[in-house]
Design a protein around this ligand. Structure first.
Ligand code: M6R
Length: 357
């Protein structure tokens, strides 16, 4: 039931800090000693390929970055509908991400990829699903039912669960030591508070920003490094429920073409992970009259979220992602859609579970 919330999307966004805390209560005792990974009985691997669609693919990319940045594991991400067995080899472990576990593109990709891989680990919100049934190793991301078509709380749950699995795998396979794993686990434990803080700050600020951009038909989302996938997720959410055009780019790509789109008032939403190179990208936007909206970082439009340089980090969470930055992006998309009179829970043309290719 959505209770006092205006819509399921609002409820599911609000639930994120509590879901994060619940997941971590369950997982934290099993991360730094490697027992979470060992309990999956997954095969040995040299490389990781994440597989998914839409928001689940984005969650997978964050998790892949954790494997890569924290443990030096080569990773690729595979858009399930474009999967081709030529990219895999027997040293590659497939990490399949699917909220529903019933997405046809994933099932079809697994037919192709699994036989030429090291094996399959499924991360899903439905452990009784088709994807889960065909995986020997299944991780329940434990977000509870998600009713809104736009994935929100399941993104957060997939990322936290997947990064916990990554840290546990790295220590269990001797790629990092226990004290490093403990520091990384301490970073994860901070996430419920960071998500709650992001909610509080964003709810105060986002409506005013939406006022200013209500009449705009196109939006640009930028990030650098770990921030890029969050820019992509923000743009996906906006397209999906507000039906406005949204593009995402690594900020460094702007000058290679998309900058031509920017004119007076063009909204440019930036996930600021503290990368000093963002400043020159943003001044290029501002010089053309673009409306820069920054998430995270000192003096940002939506402060106190994102990988602020000032955030005290223990284990290196800045290397895999500013998870709490997704909260203002979700709220921004929802607020804009509501102001346009749209149904945020049931966007046109879309289904919660996509069972056709
Ligand atoms: O159930 P799945 O996670 O496999 O679904 C994948 C996508 O269809 C899904 O994430 C879609 O992109 C969402 N509606 C995005 O909010």
């Amino acid at each position: 039931e959505r209770g006092s919330h205006a819509d399921y999307m609002a409820k599911e966004i609000d639930e994120q800090p509590a879901i994060a805390a619940r997941i971590l209560d369950d997982l934290v005792p099993h991360i730094a000693d490697g027992s979470l990974w060992r309990s999956l009985e997954a095969p040995a691997f040299e490389r990781i390929a994440v597989l998914g669609c839409g928001t689940s693919l984005n969650a997978g990319r964050v998790i892949a970055r954790a494997f890569g940045a924290l443990g030096g594991i080569p990773t690729v991400s595979v858009v399930a509908s474009e999967a081709s067995e030529t990219i895999l080899d027997p040293g590659t472990l497939i990490l399949a991400l699917s909220q529903s576990g019933e997405t046809a593109d994933i099932l079809r990709a697994l037919d192709q990829l699994e036989p030429v891989s090291a094996g399959l680990v499924a991360v899903t919100n439905n452990p009784a699903s088709s994807v889960a049934r065909r995986a020997a190793s299944v991780v329940d991301c434990n977000a509870g039912p998600e009713i809104g078509v736009a994935a929100t709380k399941t993104f957060v749950a997939q990322v936290i669960t997947g990064v916990a699995v990554a840290v546990s795998a790295l220590v269990a396979t001797g790629r990092i030591d226990r004290s490093r794993a403990a520091d990384l686990t301490d970073d994860l434990r901070r996430l419920p508070d960071l998500l709650a803080q992001a909610l509080e700050v964003s709810k105060g600020v986002v409506p005013g920003i939406v006022d200013e951009v209500l009449d705009r038909s196109g939006f640009i989302f930028l990030g650098r490094g770990p921030g890029v996938v969050f820019a992509e997720e923000g743009a996906l959410k906006l397209k999906e429920i507000s039906y406005r055009w949204a593009e995402h780019y690594p900020a460094g790509e702007l000058k290679h073409g998309p900058l031509a789109l920017v004119d007076q008032g063009t909204p440019v939403i930036v996930v600021d992970n503290g990368d000093p190179r963002l400043a020159s990208n943003l001044s290029e936007v501002a010089a053309r009259g673009g409306r820069v909206i920054t998430i995270g970082g000192a003096g940002s439009t939506i402060p106190a979220v994102g990988m602020s340089m000032s955030r005290p980090l223990v284990g290196g969470m800045d290397r895999w992602g500013p998870l709490e930055a997704v909260v203002p992006l979700q709220l921004f998309a929802r607020e804009l859609a509501l102001r346009l009179g749209l149904d945020v829970d049931k966007p046109r043309n879309l289904a919660k579970s996509v069972t056709v290719e």
